[in-house]
Design a protein. Sequence first.
Length: 283
Amino acid sequence: MKQVGFLLDMDGVIYRGDQLIEGTITFLERLRALSLPYLFLTNNSQRARRDIVAKLRRLGLPADDHQVFTCAMATARFLAGQRPCGTAFVLGENGLANALHVNGYSVVDSDPDYVVVGEGRTFTFEMIEKAVRLVEKGAKLIATNMDTTCPTDQGLRPGCGAIVAMIEKATGVEAFSVGKPSPVMMRMARKEMGLATDEVVMVGDTMYTDILGGVQLGYRTVLVLSGHTTEEDLKSYAYQPDLIVPCANEIPTDWILGEGRGSSDGIRAAASPLALHAEVAEV
Ligand SMILES: [Mg+2]
């Protein structure tokens, strides 16, 4: 019998800011009752894994360290694989610096192997100047992700991609990005759960990260409308999710179990007005 596991984007799927999205607790209880593993997957590199677990618990959701995977972790693991025990100049916050340290990296101010850019609200224009000069001298430019904006309770603020764009424009060097939708992070997350490609369901609220990443890796994809994407927005995308639901708790159990447990009946049953298409490609 095949397994099924879930990669769950956080903001817009689990919560919005500090507010749980309706049905989240029930949805996770359903997954646990079915013994289905899940991993929280975020492109926010600000917080360390432990801090995210603390936030989830504060919101009333049981979570352990091994259920959280961030783009900061993916970036640090990727760099450790490319150049073990390297050095990095970091534009970002604790989550990114911690992940680099855990993976054997030193955070330095001069002559780094890499300039690594993540989410942040505390760095200064002088630090961006420094990053530009280090890249000009040969440091490789790495982005934890290329999200251009980051949602907050007060509205949008510039995301990692917007900061990276300043450095790219100034240097003429294109960054390598590790976070969603990069296959680097999407594949690492699957391996973290110990699942095969056709056993993974990606649930997200953003087309160009969550859904694109899932489509590229051959995962089943679910777009929730509890974030910032509307059905109207879908018309402009060449790729589409396998299922669209108002929120994660509206994902039908028979759809969850259908393909993953070797039966297509559940998939067909999910062909609600919100389901764009019911066929799941062989991968
Ligand atoms: Mg999101």
